[in-house]
Write a protein that binds this ligand. Structure first.
Ligand code: UDP
Length: 324
């Protein structure tokens, strides 16, 4: 089968392209290289069935052509990273809303399947111990930039289901929880590559807030397996799926784990949120998925331990330092 991956030169997209090629599918990557990098897909160039186009997911004729040529589109192109989102809210809202509309509109012409990558951020200020796909969405005030990302992604989901109902586009929504692994960079704020880089360069490991906030980290290799299974699942269109791990760890414990596994002398420091992200920033104290829907529909469960994930990220950061 032929797949189009928007944002395919990004961290998750490049791993997905690799897996689909391994399964002998054809893959076209569309990426504007805003946060994606050629280095992520360099090793795929020349592989049978692989092609890439440098261009924008907002370029209607280009997207129509590529969506048309593929059996299915995985729409990953989006503004990513809390830091980037807080610093560039206009870009975030415009990219996330418009690109999704362009992709869905192109898919509607011939009823092509679309998997929309959404985010656990849409659970916003929810307080359930495990977030379920049918939970209410409760976001913060519109004056706080962080929520622009969640709101734009929630709107993408609405848009996806609107295209399904009105125009018959088979749309699957995958809400990705914290996804980490090789090729993820810390530049846009992501915690694990940041901690690993800090640990390896003997810089202070910067825990934001008091570090009691918790997250569940899944290895990107597991996450792309889950996405491929969803694409294969006949019952998936029209539904939302949490995708990620449900093993929870506090950010303070994560910092300690990175420090130990990297054999680092770095001290662990605590940085107030206002200093890290600007005044009035709101974090989510906990974010744990209920992954029952994904497991029941696809049989998927993540298989990489947190220790292996941390080792992989440390190794990746180490090899980047060598390159530098
Ligand atoms: N964080 C941190 N130090 C950093 C980067 C992030 O303590 O250098 C915290 C951040 O405030 C959040 C958690 O780590 O509570 C996860 O951050 P990330 O941006 O990776 O993902 P999020 O879950 O916020 O989308």
């Amino acid at each position: 089968m032929k797949f189009l991956i928007t944002g395919g030169a990004g961290f998750i997209g490049s791993h997905l392209a690799e897996l689909l090629l391994k399964q002998e599918h054809e893959v076209t990557v569309l990426d504007d290289l805003s946060t994606g990098r050629m280095g992520n897909i360099e090793h795929l160039k020349g592989r049978p069935g692989f092609e890439y186009r440098i261009g924008s997911a907002l370029d209607v004729p280009l997207v129509v052509e590529l969506v048309d040529r593929a059996a299915c589109t995985i729409h990953l192109a989006a503004a990513v990273g809390v830091k980037l989102v807080v610093e560039q809210p206009v870009h975030t809202i415009a990219t996330n809303l418009r690109a999704t509309e362009v992709v869905l509109d192109a898919a509607a012409r011939k009823g092509k399947k679309v998997l929309l990558a959404s985010t656990s951020e849409v659970y916003g200020k929810g307080t359930r111990s495990r977030f379920r796909e049918d939970d209410d969405v409760s976001l913060g005030a519109t004056t706080r930039s962080r929520w622009a990302y969640a709101c734009s992604k929630a709107m993408d989901e609405w848009l996806g289901f609107a295209y399904l109902r009105e125009k018959g586009v088979p749309v699957i929504v995958a809400r990705l929880f914290n996804t980490v692994g090789p090729r993820q960079v810390g530049r846009y704020g992501m915690v694990l590559p940041n901690f690993a880089r800090q640990a390896l360069t003997s810089q202070p490991i910067t825990v934001f807030g008091d570090g009691s906030q918790c997250r569940c980290f899944a290895h990107v290799g597991d996450v792309v397996q889950a996405l491929v299974r969803l694409l294969d699942c006949a019952d998936a269109p029209g539904r939302v799926f949490n995708v990620g791990s449900d093993r929870e760890i506090s950010i303070r414990d994560l910092a300690q784990m990175v420090k130990e596994r990297a054999g680092s002398e770095s001290e662990i420091t605590f940085v107030p949120y206002d200093e890290a992200y600007g005044e009035g920033f709101e974090d989510m104290p906990r974010r744990v998925p209920d992954v029952t829907c994904l497991r029941e529909a696809t049989g998927f469960a993540p298989s990489t331990s947190l220790e292996t994930i941390v080792d992989d990220v440390i190794e990746d950061q180490r090899s980047r330092q060598d390159e530098d």
